[in-house]
Design a protein. Structure first.
Length: 587
């Protein structure tokens, strides 16, 4: 261990001399209170340390001690349902020890050392195992089977001994012939991505139940998405919806530098939510990392790495994991502050020159992979990051660096939010580079005309935007009847399909089958109405069709009733259009 002495304190940055034997990214203990810090720069024997706790009261001459180990997380049973801070300290355990306020320098193990878990072996004595192989399981919650793996750093070998029973996380459950001991827990440095056998092409969608996402701008399992938007446009609620409903077996939610009341909503709401996939509490497959804006700024940087390392661990078990980071702008601001205190040459808007590479390193740890091990199990880690550009201006560096990396952009629009249209994802500026690839999956698994319907809807929305400019200048009456019908059809797509109520028990989630029915109805209204219009029907009669109310209310129909209701509305549409045409002929 290397020991040094503080020579300078500048907010979360501490400079210490006498650290020649320490290494970059070593975890250190600072001062008499043993504050947690990490070495981020070395010059000969002088170390620059970012401290993850409040540094007030620290002075020069105080000792600093390196642990000789990088900042690492503990991975094992007990992660699920736990609420951690940015450096993986369990907040509920700290609450029990110190009360409502975090005490500086407190040391609480990330995983409970006293709780026993029932371990069930999956291999026998004499079996050969390699790094990544599953040697046994622990039922962590009712819905999550925790797979105990040979650590990636082990060589593997023949199982010398293994036993079933109740163990704490730091006890040995299996021993290999080369002396390697396997326990329920393993540690991994947060800044280093966990290894895997190979990456797979992301060609399966992460079904979210949010219509504007799944139908227009889908995300692949193992893909990356960004949600930029100004204050009040619904970034946090959108991420909550994705966390609740996304087709992922494990959710890791990182509250990185956001307001404490938003994180409180998550902490209070998630345990109350019933997971639609399992019927149990959503917390039974969720890990929460709460690092709010009133916590030390340096810990924001650690929180995103802590979260993605935990997510990689569950990915390696063969699970589909959804990682929510809210918001990466706060992480970037922490980078900017530390860079400024290190007196580095600033880049655009004061952010460090390496901002883009740091953001890329984070998102590139997502992916659909074949995990290490002899069973070739597949896992996926999908990363969804909210971005909070000042004033909603996405030309700022964090948004631009993010958009260069991610393949899905859900652009939130303050104007839509002001009109109470949620999710406020702007269909004209958003995009998904997975759309064509995932369209093949939807065509095969849901309906063969899925991509055709998507294209029709996107075309109508685009044409509405062009026609809207004319309407603003000369009024609706200047449009031809065909163009007025396009405007009405686009309005139906916006209000009946894209608008979704997160707090309605039925509308909050839409299955792909129901989504296809809704797409079919709004497109059928336009196409059949256009045909009736060409045969002489009145545009006023078409706009006033009573069936339009039923099309708009279809989103509130329960899943069990959608087949019958769809057939009924489809028949009504044909009947009412025929009546409108006959009425015009009689006239």
């Amino acid at each position: 261990m290397s020991k040094g002495t503080i020579t300078k304190v500048a907010g979360p940055l501490v400079i210490a001399d006498g650290m020649r034997d320490a290494n970059m990214y070593d975890l250190v203990r600072v001062g008499d209170e043993r504050l947690i810090g990490e070495i981020i720069e070395m010059h000969e024997d002088r170390a620059s340390i970012q401290v993850y706790e409040e540094t007030s009261g620290l002075g020069t001459g105080t000792s600093v001690e390196s642990t000789g180990m990088p900042l690492s997380v503990e991975l094992g049973p007990g992660l699920i349902t736990t609420i951690y801070d940015g450096i993986q300290r369990p907040l509920e355990k700290i609450l029990a020890q110190t009360g409502n306020n975090l005490k500086r320098g407190i040391e609480v193990p990330s995983l409970d050392r006293d709780k026993k878990w029932h371990f069930v072996p999956k291999v026998s004595e004499g079996d050969t195992v390699v790094a990544g192989d599953v040697v046994g399981t622990v039922q962590e919650t009712e819905v999550v089977e925790h797979r105990i793996m040979v650590p990636p750093t082990f060589k593997g070998g023949v199982v010398k001994s293994i036993k079933e029973g109740d163990f704490t996380v730091d006890e040995v459950v299996a021993v290999l012939d080369n002396g390697e001991e396997i326990g329920l827990m393993q540690k991994w440095p947060v800044r280093k991505g966990r290894p895997y056998a190979k990456k797979i092409d992301p060609n399966i969608p992460l079904v979210t139940g949010q219509r504007v996402v799944d139908a227009l701008f889908p995300l692949a399992k193992g893909g990356c998405a960004a949600i930029p938007g100004p204050f009040g446009s619904g970034k946090t609620v959108t991420q909550h919806q994705l966390a609740k409903w996304a087709d992922a077996e494990i959710v890791v939610y990182i509250g990185c530098g956001e307001r404490g009341n938003e994180m409180t909503d998550v902490l209070l709401e998630f345990p109350e939510l019933i997971d639609p996939h399992t019927g149990k509490s959503l917390m039974e497959r969720t890990v929460l990392i709460a690092n709010t804006s009133d916590m030390p700024v340096a810990a924001r940087e650690a929180s995103v790495y802590t979260g993605i390392t935990i997510a990689e661990y569950f990915r390696d078990m063969g699970y589909s994991v959804a990682l929510m980071a809210d918001s990466t702008s706060r992480w970037a601001e922490a980078l900017r502050e530390m860079s400024g205190r290190l007196e580095e040459m600033p880049g655009e808007e004061g952010y460090p020159a390496y901002l883009g590479s740091r953001i890329a390193q984070f998102y590139e740890r997502a992916g659909r992979v074949v995990a290490l091990g002899s069973d070739e199990r597949e896992g996926a880690l999908s990363a969804i990051g909210a971005v909070s550009p000042p004033g909603g201006d996405i030309s700022e560096p964090v948004s631009q660096a993010t958009l260069r990396i991610v393949k899905v952009y859900w652009g939130l629009d303050a104007a839509l939010a002001y009109k109470r249209h949620f999710p406020a994802i702007n269909w004209l500026s958003s995009y998904s580079l997975y759309a064509d690839k995932l369209g093949k999956w939807f065509n095969t698994e849901v309906a063969d005309d899925w991509t055709v319907l998507r294209t029709k809807m996107m075309t109508l929305l685009s044409e509405e935007s062009e026609l809207d400019e004319i309407v603003k200048m000369v009024g609706m009456d200047a449009l031809s009847e065909a163009d007025r019908l396009k405007m009405e059809a686009a309005r139906s797509i916006r209000e009946d399909f894209l608008h979704q109520v997160a707090f309605d028990p039925v509308d909050t989630y839409t299955s792909p089958k129901k989504m296809h029915y809704m797409m079919t109805l709004v497109c059928a209204f336009y196409e059949r109405s256009a045909e009736a219009l060409s045969k002489g029907a009145s545009i006023k009669d078409i706009i006033d069709l009573p069936v339009r109310e039923a099309i708009g209310r279809f989103k509130y129909i329960k899943e069990d009733d959608i087949d019958a209701e769809f057939a009924k509305i489809d028949e009504r549409l044909n009947s009412e259009l025929a009546d409108a045409l006959n009425k015009e002929e009689d006239y």
